[in-house]
Ligand binder design. Structure first.
Ligand code: UDP
Ligand code: MG
Length: 317
């Protein structure tokens, strides 16, 4: 019989001292339950990634590790790099130490009860299982609306993502090995996984309330994340050109209508309307196009720079 797969649960944590003890308890209980059900190997483990926290997060991770080094592993990034990079660091490190990974937030908002379902889907031959948020009753209206808009916009822009899927997902080590080949600096994991391929499926779950502490994704961060997802880049000055182009396009559209109206209602000098309309409109369209080209140049710029994406300060493996 094939060996039971080793599961690694990857948990990015940023200033999560308030939730971590509970998260650790619940996750270790869950992992033991699944081990008991004979679906995964007893070598399965948790991997906490401290994303440059300034509170006691790392002290806690260190404590958990000391309690049971084979159950709990930890990584500490040197500086806060954001959820996506912390997750990537965790996934890259566990890739050759496990057969399957499940990524989950530290705040227990993603229902851990469906984890076993993830494993069942894997055992049924899926290499990626996406957790899809079914209900968002616990989220604020702002979060619900912006999240909805975000997914709609992404789909509209042709970014291949799974609707209402955040980063709660199972990925096999094969998938993680492929993920390592993506060298992009502007990281948007939700956009990458669906392009990796392999057999995949989705599982629905209800999004729960944050167990304790504050969301690390205020509106501003979410907006930035959305822009990152669409262009997978943000070179602000270049984007401003687009914005100026857009605003001047709107204004010049109004002025165009006004100029035509003048021609109809007043006796304006012949040629005035056509000249003024073309100056306004063409100027705005040109600016808009320059902005658009700028967006792509921005992308080339950052890919060419190929900055290292993270540095791990400590390993507890
Ligand atoms: N997180 C992180 N680095 C950051 C911000 C967040 O590792 O810079 C982690 C955080 O600890 C949590 C997960 O990402 O485990 C999701 O963050 P949060 O719950 O604050 O986001 P929300 O659920 O409100 O979208
Ligand atoms: Mg959360």
């Amino acid at each position: 019989m094939k060996n039971k797969p080793i599961l690694a649960v990857v948990i990015p944590c940023f200033n999560e001292e308030q939730v971590l003890p509970e998260t650790f308890l619940k996750l270790s209980k869950k992992i033991h339950e699944i081990i008991k059900s004979q679906k995964i190997s007893s070598k399965s483990f948790l991997c906490f990634v401290d994303d440059g926290s300034s509170d006691e997060t790392w002290t806690l991770i260190d404590k958990f590790h000391k309690q049971d080094p084979s159950l709990t592993k930890g990584l500490k990034l040197t500086i806060n790099k954001g959820h996506q990079y912390a997750l990537l660091a965790g996934l890259e490190v566990v890739q050759d130490k496990c057969d399957i990974s499940i990524s989950i937030d530290a705040d227990l908002q993603d229902d851990i009860e469906v984890m076993e379902g993830f494993i069942d889907c894997y055992l049924a031959g899926n290499e990626i299982v996406y957790g899809v948020r079914h209900k968002r009753e616990q989220d604020t209206i702002l979060k619900k609306t912006t999240a909805h808009l975000f997914y709609r916009l992404m789909l509209l822009f042709g970014v291949k993502i799974v609707y209402n899927h955040a980063d709660y997902r199972l990925a096999s080590s094969n998938v993680l090995a492929s993920l390592k080949e993506y060298k992009e600096v502007n990281l948007f994991l939700r956009g990458i996984f669906p392009t990796i391929g392999y057999k995949s499926t989705t599982i629905e779950y209800d999004r729960l309330k944050r167990f304790a502490g504050q969301s690390k994704y205020p509106f501003k961060t979410m907006l930035a994340f959305a822009i990152e997802g669409i262009t997978s880049f943000s070179v602000t000055p270049l984007r401003m050109v687009t914005l100026i182009g857009l605003v001047s396009f709107l204004i010049s559209s109004g002025l165009t209508i006004w100029a035509i109206w003048q021609k109809i209602t007043h006796n304006v000098t012949p040629g005035w309307s056509s000249i003024i309309v073309s100056i306004y409109l063409l100027g705005a369209v040109q600016l808009l196009c320059i902005g658009l080209i700028g967006e792509y140049i921005g992308k080339i710029f950052s890919e060419v720079k190929a900055k290292p994406r993270y540095f791990i300060e400590k390993f507890l493996l």
